[in-house]
Write a protein that binds this ligand. Structure first.
Ligand SMILES: Cc1ncc(COP(=O)(O)O)c(C=O)c1O
Length: 500
């Protein structure tokens, strides 16, 4: 019996869409994706239309009257095709945004459709069990005690680093969860290398500590935190009234791929009674290669770590993990009751929303789980070994072509500049111009960064689809761009403050 006051569903529901229209959409998406991945290697990494106004595509989108779904799909695909750098391109030598795994794309589709609430085991036990299984497995693979380790999936490395600072504060100061920074008698300081990730600056602000509490420690010639400089700085800070809180060891710096000496930093942390966090957002995956294990020695002694599957495990963005060997700290920080939630008193497992900064949460573990299930750790080891070898090949080819290498990483991040380039403003202008001109060719994507105070070009073998041929063509493009840039450059060829 229908109530006349209750409107019936429209004949064509514009939200769910009729099944024939859905089937046509799925098919079209399938064609689009296949075509995208097939044609990408021959397409431009940075579409020529980048400077054109992508806003023009939005001109007829008043969002009031409905649009045909196929037309809407075409509009989105046009925008994505023409107005972004293609991170999935084999010649995208970029900042850790790799080509996503096929199983990662499949998982994202399933998660979008089933929409599980990964914040609650009562609601979505499968999602929570999968993520718990992954966190325990990662703990084991990184040398933590998997029985003791607790953790959570986060949206990205920055959120995992945020969680780390909160955990360190909670552990350091009994009243922190209740009274916040008012519970602190002295101002805490955190120690990050000069090459460490600047998410910690944001985090320091978000935690109410202020950006000055991030103390930048100088690095050695390899770009690794200088342990002696660290101990001197801690001592000096204590004398000046700071309350040293934590050391952040970076396992794979963003700019130059350096791995801090984790074991030596663990010794300092133990001696000084500080929390040791390892930011292995990108690089920690390489610890799964037995031949690189010495580089990561001491990782299992850390109090916590960040590891981003959306970097070297190549799953679509939005999957990072935070691990800690303090089993109760997350619950202590994040557990709250809410009037609209059933009491969790007496429940054995703490619900994920009660041990994470997030509340409702996407099931980001599925893309990691399905990718690992299909490739196995062995598949990833194989891909990483190939990428490391391609990194070595790129170093060799750059040197042959007269470029100077400016970092000494084992990981496949290569920093370089023109032989004889300096470190001053002219050198900065030169590397920026070379990066921009290289990107403008559409043949490859690289960037200009600063490492150990020096402006350099940076190329990272970040995608599993990159081949030897792609590496050779990058060097060919770079060398051609350098020749034409030298031809246009006015003034002296070398920076007057040349450092050789
Ligand atoms: C070492 C390191 N830590 C943290 C982050 C931040 O990670 P996300 O961008 O996933 O938040 C990055 C990003 O590149 C990184 O390289």
């Amino acid at each position: 019996v229908s109530d006349p006051n209750c409107p019936s569903r429209p004949a064509r529901d514009p939200l769910g869409l009729p099944s024939t229209e859905r089937a046509a959409l799925w098919q079209r998406v399938d064609e689009i994706l296949e075509n995208y991945f097939r044609t990408l290697p021959d397409a431009s990494v940075r579409p020529a239309s980048r400077d054109a106004d992508s806003g023009a595509l939005l001109e007829n989108c008043d969002l009031i009257s409905p649009m045909d779904p196929q037309k809407a799909l075409d509009l989105a695909v046009k925008g994505l095709h023409a107005h972004q750098v293609h991170a999935a391109h084999p010649r995208h030598f970029g900042l850790f945004v790799p080509r996503p795994t096929t199983m990662g794309i499949v998982a994202e589709t399933l998660v979008a459709a089933f929409n599980p609430q990964a914040g609650s085991a009562q609601h979505s036990p499968f999602a929570v069990q999968v993520e718990t299984h992954l966190l325990r497995t990662f703990a084991d693979w990184f040398g933590f005690d998997s029985e003791e380790t607790n953790g959570t999936f986060t949206n990205g490395g920055a959120e995992a680093n945020h969680t780390a600072v909160l955990a360190a504060l909670d552990q350091h100061c009994a009243g922190f969860a209740r009274d916040g920074v008012w519970a602190l008698r002295r101002r805490p300081s955190l120690y990050l290398s000069e090459e460490g990730h600047r998410s910690f600056h944001k985090v320091a602000r978000a935690c109410g500590l202020g950006v000055d509490s991030v103390r930048l420690v100088p690095t050695d010639v390899a770009g690794r935190m200088d342990v002696h400089a660290l101990t001197r700085l801690i001592e000096q800070d204590r004398r000046a009234g700071w309350d040293p809180l934590m050391i952040v060891a970076t396992a794979g710096t963003t700019g130059a791929g350096a791995v801090d000496p984790i074991s030596a930093l663990a010794d300092v942390a133990a001696r000084e009674r500080l929390w040791l966090h390892v930011d292995g957002a990108w690089g920690a995956a390489a610890a799964w290669l037995p031949e690189l294990a010495p580089l990561f020695e001491g990782l299992g002694r850390a109090d916590s770590m960040t590891f981003d599957p959306h970097k070297w495990l190549s799953v679509p963005m939005g999957a990072s993990t935070f691990l800690t060997r303090h089993p109760h700290v997350l619950e202590h920080l994040f557990s709250v009751g809410a009037p609209y939630l059933a009491s969790t008193d007496g429940q054995r497992e703490v619900e994920p929303y009660a041990r994470s900064l997030q509340w409702s949460r996407r099931f980001s573990g599925l893309k990691v789980f399905l990718s690992l299930l299909v490739a196995g750790r062995q598949g990833y080891q194989q891909a990483m070994r190939r990428q490391l070898a391609l990194g070595d090949r790129l170093r060799g080819e750059l040197m042959k072509a007269g470029w100077a290498l400016r970092n000494h990483a084992i990981l496949p991040v290569i920093c370089f500049d023109d032989r004889g380039a300096g470190v001053g403003p002219a050198a900065l202008r030169d590397v920026q111009a070379l990066a921009e001109r290289t990107v403008a060719t559409g043949e490859a994507w690289i960037c200009a960064v600063r490492t150990r105070g020096r402006p350099v070009l940076r190329a990272c073998i970040s995608g599993y689809a990159t081949t030897e041929q792609d590496v050779l063509s990058l060097v060919e493009t770079l060398t051609r761009v350098r020749t034409s840039y030298r031809g246009t450059r006015a003034g002296p060829a070398l920076d007057s403050r040349s450092a050789g």
